[in-house]
Design a protein around this ligand. Structure first.
Ligand SMILES: [Zn+2]
Length: 356
């Protein structure tokens, strides 16, 4: 355990850069600019060199004074401090940890763990690995690394809170008379944004359909060019793998699909009839991916494949076309099928509600 505050930066700015460079439309309108109409936006790699000295914290202790330490293997219940935490602490990821378990341990939402660690986790629970050091925010919310030229009102608005919410958080060490326009915050300072929220960046954010396969260009080499029409789905779905149970994450707000158990090389079949609108590598951690557009407002996605067995524009048929083989490409810690279902009407949905 390292004791100094880990000044990891978030992300908004980095995301803004990524988003603006790659045309990724995942941040709220104006979001990339909102927190800093500042002068020149520094390159992400330069952000760590803005001369920010992390404050020193008293040693982090896992147990409350006078009580025995909590054996995390025997008892995974919440760590409840005897008084509210106000500072960011750190957690070293151990074998067997999950994002959800860590969040629960500290009484936080899983989103808060992602929002506090964009540079480590990239908003993706699959990226969690033993040995990583995570920022644990004292409350649910987001973490923001201050940039030259930022204003508190803009930062607050971006995260859906008020400037007062940020000023009043004791761990931010801002006086009650802080002027939101010229708050005098040193560039590089990590601010806790209590109650702050932002959209999670999921690589598959753009909806890929047979009429717009080009939107997937930002996702990686698997993007397809213009497509002709093809088979249309029945509107009902079948399991895409022979196993009908999970190995890994279930569907949740931070994991918009299910991890279906399987061995490397097991065949994956189309969950309904449709046309392949993405086939190949994905740069955002999903490895080899196939996306099928069912032509009726639905798309399904198959990720971490060891092999893609179809190509762009191919017609696929429910339960009979093998779209690929189970694998562990991209951010993956063991072979499984990451399966997502998307609907024009509902966005990403819980596949459990639609699989037989
Ligand atoms: Zn998954």
């Amino acid at each position: 355990m390292r004791y100094a505050v880990h000044v990891s930066f978030v992300a908004v700015l980095v995301l803004g850069l990524v988003a603006s460079r790659q045309g990724l439309d995942v941040l709220p309108a104006g979001a990339a600019q909102a927190p800093g109409e500042g002068p020149q936006t520094p390159e992400p790699s330069a952000l760590g060199q803005v001369g920010f000295e992390p404050p020193t914290l008293p040693p982090f202790r896992r147990s409350v004074e006078g009580q025995p330490g909590i054996d995390r293997r025997a008892d995974l219940h919440t760590i409840v401090p005897d008084r509210p935490r106000i500072e960011i602490t750190e957690y070293d990821v151990e074998e067997g940890d999950t994002l959800f378990g860590i969040a629960e341990k500290y009484g936080l939402k899983p989103e808060t763990v992602l929002w506090g660690n964009y540079d480590v986790l990239l908003d993706d629970p699959h990226t969690l690995r033993p040995g990583q050091t995570l920022n644990i925010l004292p409350v649910d919310g987001t973490l923001y690394k201050w940039n030259e030229g930022d204003g508190l009102n803009g930062v607050a608005k971006f995260f859906g809170v008020s400037a007062e919410d940020i000023i009043n958080w004791p761990g931010n060490n801002l006086g009650p008379d802080t002027d939101p326009t010229t708050p005098g915050i040193l560039a590089g300072t990590a601010l806790v944004i209590p109650g702050g929220r932002r959209q999670l960046v999921t690589w598959s954010a753009p909806r890929i359909t047979r009429s717009n396969p080009g939107v997937a260009k930002i996702l990686g080499a698997g993007a397809c060019g213009a497509l002709y029409d093809g088979p249309v789905g029945s509107g009902s779905f079948v399991w895409p793998a022979s196993n009908h149970y999970l190995s890994g994450f279930d569907y949740s707000s931070v994991h918009p699909g299910i991890d279906i158990a399987g061995r490397a090389g097991d065949p994956i079949s189309a969950s309904d009839n449709g046309v392949v609108v993405y086939a190949g590598w994905n740069d955002w951690g999903y490895g080899l991916v196939v996306v099928v557009d069912h032509g009726n407002g639905w798309q399904t996605l198959y990720a971490h494949l060891s092999q893609v067995s179809v190509s762009c524009g191919a017609g696929v048929y429910q339960g009979s076309t093998t779209v690929g083989l189970i694998g562990c490409t991209g951010n993956c810690s063991g072979p499984h099928l990451h399966f997502e279902m998307m609907s024009d009407a509902y966005g990403k949905v819980n596949p459990w509600n639609f699989l037989p």
